[in-house]
Design a protein around this ligand. Structure first.
Ligand SMILES: [Zn+2]
Ligand SMILES: [Zn+2]
Length: 595
């Protein structure tokens, strides 16, 4: 077991004071802000996850600090996954006996035996209230956070820090502490004001505007079965609690791939408790509450084709488990759930997509989690690295992670002598088809893999006008006639970190790979590892732009196609994980339940 039980509280008092003072100031500010809108019963930020608030270190101000949590479980972690958002009605059917309770667990209908379709219908609702502020940066050390706040206060007085994440305790053992400090600036009613402030910090940081919830949503939901034998009007939300392990809840018309380019509708079946409640947007949302490995059985087949070799699926299971535990309590801070079911977190599709192979991969690695330096690894992954993985800090904000450093995706890195951060070498690399794990150069590949060849190297072309329209639509800025796109900085894998777009009306700099991929495509470019070719007319005006690229995804951590090829070549999952996450080790942090 991890020997990280010696965590201490020696800094708690200073910590409490600093956080308390900062938050008190914020609360006063927010109260003034909201005070203009007339009286309301309670204006302080509230935590929808109050059941986790076992840490009473903030005594009277506890309500104002919902972000510091201690998550404690007797056997294994239970996750709350938000899989539906923005619905007027949610229809469901339960396969066996169940109870419906309110959000506090008080029964509304007990031991129901009904195979009918049920409907929950939004009656009336108020959305949550938010303020906008600038997330300037984040770090792990408290001292560093305090120092940053002091330094930035000279630039702008209203800077504060916020503690997120916390300790994870399973069977009495502390298995992880992912406490992080976010440095926030300002508190505004509009996004535009916050965006303006963010410019103050742009030279030294990669600031972004975030929302903070200051008032919870509320309302009423009508729930009834098809024959109206049961009906009730319920405040704020309700929970469907199946009374046996085998009983499942099917939800109808679940939007799949929301926000990305493969949106569709499907019926989805879930095990465990399903909660329906009024979301921040004053619409219904649904949450699946399940043990972590049950969740992973729905994630692994959604994130990696079930036809991949078992050792690759096992790597995927361990990576997904580590990823989710490393981020536990640090995402979706405004939402009544821990993770969403989309690409933003990890794709989760309930029991509908479970397969024998992927279930086996989860069971054979039960509780196995990647560690680096006594901390659970944020074991991120992407589809195809393109031949070289990327440093974490080139893609996301600090802190840097030593186990997420970019490397050639091969067992023989000495074969390459290129500096992919340089334009000339990047072009040579992208126009070539080097022999690496994910290049899929070998002949005898199963179809499930050979299908992915097209992602290793790709090409996309636009007429100039078409690209001008895309840039305008995706960035909100009209650059006029597009003259050129200049690569300013590339990461170690050749992925662009910053570009400059030159136009007749204005020039525009875009930082970070995802922003670059978004700005230059109706959806997202496959990756930010690309070179730009421009076709010009006789007088030198651009006519068309072609992006030649490598890989699919951010490229940090495990390359999924690379993992599949390694597995095909008889490499075990432990070694696959070691290749992609340098100097890490696997620990089993909880055990499978006895049958
Ligand atoms: Zn998410
Ligand atoms: Zn790769």
């Amino acid at each position: 077991m991890p020997n990280i039980n010696n965590y201490n509280n020696k800094n708690k008092n200073t910590d409490k004071q600093v956080v308390s003072t900062a938050l008190l100031a914020l609360v006063i500010f927010i109260t003034i802000l909201i005070g203009c809108r007339g009286p309301t019963k309670r204006e302080l930020p509230m935590s929808p996850k109050s059941s986790f608030l076992a840490d009473s270190s903030f005594d009277k101000l506890e309500d104002t600090i919902p972000k510091t949590v201690l998550k404690q479980y007797p056997t294994y972690p239970i996750l709350r996954i938000g899989f539906m958002e923005g619905y007027e009605k949610i229809d469901f059917r339960v396969s066996g006996e169940f109870t419906i309770t309110d959000l506090e667990g008080n029964p509304i209908f007990s031991e129901v035996k009904s195979h009918l379709k049920w409907r929950s219908l939004l009656d009336q609702a108020h959305g949550a209230t938010f303020i906008y502020c600038v997330l300037v940066t984040a770090c792990r050390g408290e001292a560093h956070a305090i120092e940053t706040v002091e330094r930035l206060k000279r630039l702008y007085p209203q800077v504060r820090m916020q503690r997120i994440g916390g300790q994870l305790v399973i069977s009495g053992q502390m298995v992880n502490d992912n406490t992080k400090y976010r440095i926030l600036a300002g508190a505004f009613e509009t996004e535009a004001e916050a965006k303006k402030l963010s410019q103050k910090f742009i030279d030294s940081y990669a600031p972004r505007v975030i929302r903070e919830k200051v008032k919870e949503s509320s309302g009423q939901i009508e729930v009834y079965d098809a024959e109206y034998d049961y009906s009730a009007m319920i405040e704020d939300g309700f929970r469907i609690e199946p009374l046996s392990e085998e009983t499942t809840v099917t939800l109808y018309g679940v939007k799949v791939g929301s926000g990305f380019n493969w949106e569709s509708m499907a019926d989805r079946t879930y095990r465990g408790t399903v909660e329906v409640r009024i979301g921040n947007d004053a619409r219904l949302c649904a949450i699946s509450e399940i043990p972590i490995d049950r969740y992973l059985k729905g994630v692994v087949p959604a994130e990696m084709p079930a036809g991949y070799p078992l050792e690759a699926l096992k790597s995927q299971a361990v990576a997904a488990r580590s990823d989710v535990l490393a981020k536990f309590g640090t995402k979706h801070l405004n939402d009544p759930f821990d993770f969403c079911a989309n690409v933003h977190c990890q794709v989760y599709s309930g029991t509908t997509v479970e397969t024998e192979n992927t279930n086996k991969a989860v069971e054979l690695t039960f509780g196995e989690t990647l560690y680096y330096d006594d901390r659970i690894c944020d074991a991120v992954y992407s589809a195809v690295c393109g031949g070289h993985t990327e440093h974490k800090h080139n893609v996301w904000n600090p802190p840097e992670e030593a186990y997420l450093t970019g490397k050639y995706d091969t067992k023989n890195p000495k074969a390459f002598h290129l500096d992919l951060s340089q334009e000339k070498d990047a072009r040579k690399w992208i126009e070539d088809r080097p022999d690496v794990h994910c290049s899929l150069n070998q002949d005898d590949l199963p179809t499930v893999l050979s299908y992915s060849r097209k992602y290793f190297r790709w090409e996309v072309s636009y007429a100039r006008k078409e690209l001008e329209d895309i840039i305008k639509k995706r960035t909100g800025d009209d650059i006029g006639t597009l003259y050129d796109i200049i690569p300013l900085e590339r990461g170690i894998s050749g992925r662009l970190n910053e570009i400059e777009i030159l136009g007749s009306r204005k020039n525009m700099r875009i930082k970070k790979e995802l922003n670059i991929r978004r700005a230059l495509s109706q959806t997202y470019l496959r990756s930010a590892c690309f070179v730009i070719d421009i076709e010009v007319d006789q007088i030198g005006t651009p006519m068309a732009f072609t992006f030649k690229g490598a890989g699919w995804g951010h490229g940090v951590g495990m390359c999924q196609i690379g993992a599949a090829v390694m597995a095909l070549n008889k490499i075990k999952y432990r070694d696959i994980l070691k290749h992609y996450y340098s100097d890490t080790e696997i620990r089993q942090i909880y055990e499978a339940p006895k049958p």
